[in-house]
Design a protein around this ligand. Structure first.
Ligand SMILES: *Cc1c(COP(=O)(O)O)cnc(C)c1O
Length: 360
């Protein structure tokens, strides 16, 4: 068996110890004679798995009792619509901070349901920076302020969040949640798809302050109502049980490693050494403003785009997979989620130096 260094933006690499444990428990979970996939979601075994996962997740992020944690489906893309269904009326204004492609989609979805004010945008600079909170032009009385914490495609990340905006701060943290400690109390709602740092695709985690659930528009289907999900313990219908179990294994892995502060140190080192290698060369270039560079997704271009194909082919041959940038921006992108070990980043940096010597 050969496992490559996997820089996929998502669905992304999973921690090897998690995969090994899932393999060991696949045919017979804890002496039950069946896989977790084959159990009722109402069984005591699965209820214990689900509760353990939620407890570990809450502990990792220090989430208080004043928040619900929901395990949902539909991806962050469904959250783009579910949010305004729950937190706005037709004539409400929601403020959106626009820093890239995912923000564009979130704004388009909200516009169908309420009024949207783009409070700040970096579109003028091709989404290569994150406008400072002091420069957000907020609407008095806004239903919420939405930010994409890390733009997965452009590699632009907010490294800090404001505390008192006057309206609940809502964040799509799909590609950054669990990469470092977070002060959850600054947020009204946080949502994240699992396929970056949490587990396999198919699960979406929503953290919502309890007073913000229960405000859905009267015509909102129950399946889109946060409070209905909270009351049903995220089991209004059959939840994605196996994904929930695998996410639980990832949380236990993080806990055993020492939690998010330890993970943050690793992630900082990984990102800093890759950006340093890019900046030190005249052959590679990262367009994102220094202060807003993502720890999770590092986009970079080659001096000559005609070499892109060769770079990707040779990287692949060297065991470095999924480095192609998003089709909307081109170039390369290395995603350095929690499950990508430091050795993978070292191998990438060595490869880049060798490629520059040969081709540059
Ligand atoms: C991956 C991602 C999404 C979309 O996830 P889906 O599962 O395709 O809905 C949304 N926002 C961000 C920030 C992402 O990284």
């Amino acid at each position: 068996m050969t496992r490559v260094h996997n820089f996929s933006p998502g669905p992304a690499a999973l921690p090897l110890p998690v995969l090994e444990r899932a393999r060991d428990e696949l045919l017979d979970y804890d002496g039950r004679g069946m896989s977790v996939m084959e159990m009722s979601h109402r069984s005591p075994e699965f209820i214990a798995i689900a509760e353990r996962a939620e407890a570990d997740f809450r502990e990792l992020l220090g989430i208080g009792d004043d928040y619900y944690v929901l395990f949902l489906q539909g991806g962050p893309t469904l959250q783009f619509s579910m949010l305004p269904f729950n937190l706005t009326e037709r004539d409400s204004v929601a403020d959106y901070v626009h820093t890239g492609s995912w923000g564009t989609k979130a704004i388009a979805a909200a516009r169908k349901l309420c009024r949207v004010n783009v409070a700040a945008t970096s579109e003028d600079a091709n989404f290569t920076y994150a406008p400072a909170p002091a420069d957000w032009r907020l609407t008095p009385g806004a239903a919420y302020v939405h930010v994409t914490g890390n733009e997965t495609i452009g590699g632009v990340e907010y490294h800090d969040y404001p505390s008192d905006l006057g309206a609940p701060l809502v964040a799509d943290l799909s590609s950054t949640l669990l990469s470092r400690p977070l002060d959850v109390s600054r947020f009204g709602v946080i949502y994240a798809g699992a396929q970056k740092n949490i587990g396999p695709v198919g699960l979406t985690i929503v953290v919502i302050r309890k007073d913000l659930a229960g405000r859905a528009r009267p015509a909102t289907p129950d399946m889109l109502d946060y409070l209905a999900h909270a009351k049903a313990g995220s089991m209004m219908n059959t939840p994605p049980t196996y994904n929930w179990y695998l996410a639980g294994l990832v949380f236990a892995w993080l806990r055993d490693l020492g939690g998010l502060a330890v993970m943050a140190e690793r992630n900082r080192r990984k990102a800093e050494k890759l950006y340093a290698a890019v900046d030190a060369s005249n052959f590679y270039r990262c367009p994102v403003r220094d202060a807003d560079r993502s720890w999770m997704n590092v986009p970079f271009t080659l001096a000559d785009p005609a070499l892109d194909r060769r770079f990707l082919d040779e990287a692949e041959a060297a065991g470095l997979a999924n480095l192609k940038g998003h089709r909307s921006v081109g170039g390369m992108r290395a995603s350095l989620y929690n499950a990508v070990p430091e050795e993978a980043v070292d191998a990438l940096i060595d490869f880049m130096a060798a490629f520059e010597r040969d081709a540059g």
